[in-house]
Structures are given as structure tokens and as C-alpha cells.
Write a protein that binds this ligand. Structure first.
Ligand code: MN3
Length: 203
């Protein structure tokens, strides 16, 4: 079985400044994301062993480690691509079919941003705010997930995620999660979000 690996970061650690500091980016990517990858690989190896021995209780016991670390790996892999330096189009509003859909559902892009921000800021403890899409009904939805639960647990395909674990902002924004969430819209890579949306709509 191939090991899971840390995906390449599509920009430098300092590229998202001033919205996200280089120090946060380096720790977040090299320490936090790497730890999810490492621990996922350990859990998957143990799962393969348990499967080889037909040890069902062990397989079940491993599920929470797989969900947490696998979710962490999936979520961060999307998160890095959901962001872009301002010079590379970060924060440039969406166009086309996704914008039409956001306008239809939320009235305007601004309304969508304020609704997703409010729900994301309100998460108790660690988690993620997401814009997702139902793969069959094709409807978009704002959802929040606790810890590292991936959006697939809600039956949705992730389009845009905002990480509100303290490790994502505390070194720069301290306890003021709302300022971080407000600022992050300035570096959202809407092109990436649109590509994800178009893939579901077209498929
Ligand atoms: Mn994180």
C-alpha cells in the first residue's frame, strides 16, 4: 500500500502575508499537516495488519484514528489550494456558474461571505467551516464540522474550507477568531473553488 504523503504547498510560506504569517504557515504545514499524514500512515498500516488477521475489533478500534488523521490530511490538502497569494488572484471574486449559484442561494456574494463567516466563527472549539455541494442534488450548502471530521461524513463534496483550529491563527490573531475569518476572504482562491464546483456540476 502506498504511503500518504504531504502534498506540495503551491506557494511560499510568506506568500499569504499579511493575512497569514509565514510563521503560522510553516508550522501549520510542516508540523500539523505532517503529523496528520504520519499518524494516518501508522493507523492504515495497523488496519492492514488487523485485516490480514481478520481482527474485526481492532479494525473498529482504529476507525477514530483514521477519521481524525485522515480527515486532517484531506482537509488541509484542500485548504492550501483554497488559498492563493493576492498577487496570484487570491481574493478575486468568483465568476460564472458558481457565482450564479451563490447569488441564487444567498442573494449576493457578500451575503454568502457573511453567513459562512458567522457560522464558522461560532464553531465551539476546534473545527472547520465549509461550503460543500451535494454530489447528486447539486445543491450547495454551508456546514461546520468539529475537529477534523471530513465533509464526506455529511455526504457532501468540499468546495471551500476555513480552518478555525487555534493553530491556524492564534500566533497572529490571538483569541480573535473573527478577525482571522474576516481577513481570510482576501486570499480565497475562488478559481480553485470554482473548479471543484464545475467538476461536480459537469460530472
Ligand atoms: Mn489546521
Amino acid at each position: 500500500m502506498d504511503k500518504q504523503t504531504l502534498p506540495e504547498l503551491p506557494y511560499d510560506f510568506a506568500a499569504l502575508e499579511p493575512v497569514i504569517s509565514a510563521e503560522i504557515m510553516e508550522l501549520h504545514y510542516k508540523k500539523h499537516h505532517q503529523a496528520y499524514v504520519n499518524n494516518l500512515n501508522i493507523a492504515l498500516e495497523q488496519l492492514a495488519e488487523a485485516e490480514a488477521k481478520n481482527d474485526v475489533p481492532k479494525m473498529i478500534a482504529l476507525q477514530s484514528a483514521i477519521r481524525f488523521n485522515g480527515g486532517g490530511h484531506i482537509n488541509h490538502s484542500i485548504f492550501w489550494k483554497n488559498l492563493a497569494p493576492k498577487a496570484k488572484g487570491g481574493g478575486e471574486p468568483p465568476r460564472g456558474a458558481l457565482l450564479v449559484e451563490l447569488n441564487k442561494k444567498y442573494g449576493s456574494l457578500e451575503n454568502f461571505i457573511s453567513e459562512m463567516s458567522a457560522k464558522t466563527i461560532a464553531i465551539q472549539g476546534s473545527g472547520w467551516g465549509w461550503l460543500g455541494i451535494h454530489p447528486q442534488k447539486k445543491c450547495i450548502k454551508i456546514v461546520t464540522c468539529n475537529n477534523q471530521d471530513p465533509l464526506v461524513m455529511e455526504g457532501l463534496v468540499p468546495l471551500l474550507g476555513i480552518d478555525v483550529w487555534e493553530h491556524a491563527y492564534y500566533l497572529q490573531y490571538k483569541n480573535v477568531r473573527a478577525d482571522y475569518v474576516k481577513a481570510i476572504w482576501g486570499i480565497v482562491n475562488w478559481k480553485d473553488v470554482e473548479n471543484r464546483y464545475n467538476k461536480v456540476i459537469g460530472g
